[in-house]
Design a protein around this ligand. Sequence first.
Ligand code: SF4
Length: 362
Amino acid sequence: VSIISALLDIENMGSVLISENDTNLSDIQSIVSMGLGAIIDSNDTDDKPTVLPLYEAINEDFDKLFKGNVSDYLLKKDISKYLLKLSLMLNDKNPEKEISSNDEIPDLNNMSINIITDVLSQIKYFPIQNVNLCGENIFKHPDFNNVVNKILNMNKGVILTINIGMNFEFDIFELNNNKSIKFEFVISDYSSLSNFNKVYRLTQASDNKFIFRIENNSDLKSVEDILSSNIIPNYNIQPVYNSRNKNFILSLLSPDLSDIFSRPIPLKEIYRNKRINSNTFGKLTINVDGSICSGFSQDKIGDIANLSIKECINKELSANSTWRVLRLQGKCRDCLLQYICPPVSENERYLDFSNDCGAFVE
Ligand code: SF4
């Protein structure tokens, strides 16, 4: 190790003096036999030779020398890059406490600071750029400011997912001056739009996202009205299945041929659909109790107490589970369009659309 480190030191220009004994080391002999270097007698030359070492070549060489399961090794070597979205559910409603008419907000279960610290220490050097903080009322978490600062100190951004409900707090906009903090506003109640209108006015100039959750035609009409009367460049409409709105969900999500071919489909996307589910790939959520879900909110893959984030990633990559759930269920399995069709969505976890699909091609 010390010889290789010395060789890589730019001051030495790829040439170091070693003892006669070191020339017989098997690693040194391997480097020479693969043409990555040469041993010359220092007594035979007056000038110090110069060789610029090739980092890539040396890396590949180490990979070639590895004797175990190479694909397993390569997969684990840089596995952190597959984590694309990490969400921490800071709190949720405590179902054991009935909400009385005097309570403005329900009692909350908060994620323990130990779980948060553990997760953040694991991803400190991961390339992921942002950490999402979500929950029933994230500002009521006792360590909220501390958690945000911890993430910012790791040189990562924070995305705060906030439900715009009746108890929405507006003083949070002081945080909006920090460019590393972004907001995702979730709207699911359209009975009063006063809070939405306030948020829209306050955040108009910033790059925040609006997520509209819809359960029926009336919600859809409200979203259409909002989008036609406001300029919202970054938004997402999420149909939500609630076990009573099957027909609405089917009418919206069951594709017909013109839906599927309404846009050019790149070959890359077809190839991707054969291997991974782009709706879920790379996504992990840590729940309040430390349970870990991948992509779809109900797909628990373990607990942070006994499964590390890297192990979760490895598990999802190696098994055909949530990150790789393909159109292999129901009629989709026999459909010629299975890799052209958009990937399986969370709603299809609970409802098989394929029997009602107007685009099925055998
Ligand atoms: S049946 Fe075919 S077209 Fe319909 S959802 Fe499944 S894969 Fe897509």
